[in-house]
Design a protein around this ligand. Structure first.
Ligand code: PMV
Length: 287
């Protein structure tokens, strides 16, 4: 029997424009997913298509038990975390001998196969290696020095569809390329500035607010996400923005230690679910 866990993720800056070669910054976060795999002759078909694909790809048979505190379909990378933890547990239980990099690559293959080819390697990379990650185009993803950011996530509880939102941006690019490309250039600029201000929460907050406004201009906002970012800022956050594909899902707010509880309360007052968290520097690990 082998039990492995893997962290979720939040995209800090640069979602959507990253699809068109601009930079993005993502971070592994604390709610983790735990998966136990046991060698078994009696293969029990898993409920999750991601887990089925993990077994199909590695050509082994076993039983699986999943424990997760990460909400699904909210942009916090739960499918990637389940996939990564399952593959590491399979690798361990069946002594397949894959390296961490190789398991990360396999996890990306599983995500692609399960999502009909539409997946970015961001989620599986962050879940495999943990920490703070810089992503740009086809450039290799790289780990940045970890930062002790105190964050509150606000889950709008409105489920979103990443493929639909990516298509919406593609449509804007077709109909109004000058506007769409201008907004994406600006998001790229904001992300690069954020890269150089990771230790400066006040400036980072201003950049978050700008990034959020640009995402709204791109058409991936939602009235509830706007309500949540305003509530978080009014409650004392340095800044707040949507995270991930938008149209629902989550926002994240950067807070001082002193304002965290107030921000979490303000999110609750909007009938959304707060998650107070910080960086998880550990990627997939054996439990
Ligand atoms: O909502 P999520 O976590 O699936 O994030 C999607 C991020 C996008 O930039 C919109 C798409 C991508 O593949 O990078």
């Amino acid at each position: 029997m082998a039990t492995w866990s893997a962290p979720g993720k939040v995209i800090l800056f640069g979602e959507h424009s990253v699809v068109y070669g601009k930079p993005a910054i993502a971070m592994a976060i604390k709610p983790r997913v735990q998966v136990t795999v046991r060698h078994s002759r009696y293969y029990q078909k898993p409920n999750s298509p991601y887990i089925s694909e993990c077994f199909r790809l590695t050509d082994v048979k076993g039983s699986v038990y999943v424990r997760s505190q990460l909400p699904s379909a909210s942009g916090l990378g739960s499918s990637a975390a389940v996939t990564v933890a399952t593959l590491f547990a399979i690798n361990d239980e069946f002594e397949l001998g894959y390296t961490r990099e190789e398991v990360g690559d396999l996890a990306f293959e599983v995500e692609k196969a399960t999502q009909g080819g539409r997946a970015s390697a961001t989620d599986t990379y962050v879940s495999t290696f943990g920490g703070l990650v810089f992503i740009r185009g086809s450039e290799k993803r790289r780990l940045l020095p970890p930062q002790n950011l105190s964050i509150v996530i606000g889950n709008s509880l409105i489920s979103h569809n990443t493929a639909e939102m990516v298509e919406k941006v593609a449509e804007l690019r077709r109909t109004s390329p000058v506007i769409a490309n201008g907004i994406m250039d600006a998001i790229g600029g904001v992300t690069m500035e954020a890269m150089h201000n990771l230790e400066n929460p006040k400036e980072l907050g201003v950049l978050m607010n700008r990034n959020h406004a640009l995402l709204d201009a791109l058409g991936v906002g939602h009235p509830v996400l706007s309500q949540l970012v305003l509530a978080a800022r009014n409650a004392g956050a340095y800044g707040a923005k949507l995270s991930g594909a938008g149209g629902g899902g989550c926002i994240w707010a950067l807070c001082s230690k002193g304002s965290r509880n107030r921000v979490a309360g303000a999110i609750e007052d909007c009938d959304a679910r707060p998650i107070t968290t910080s960086i998880d520097t550990e990627g997939a690990r054996r439990e």
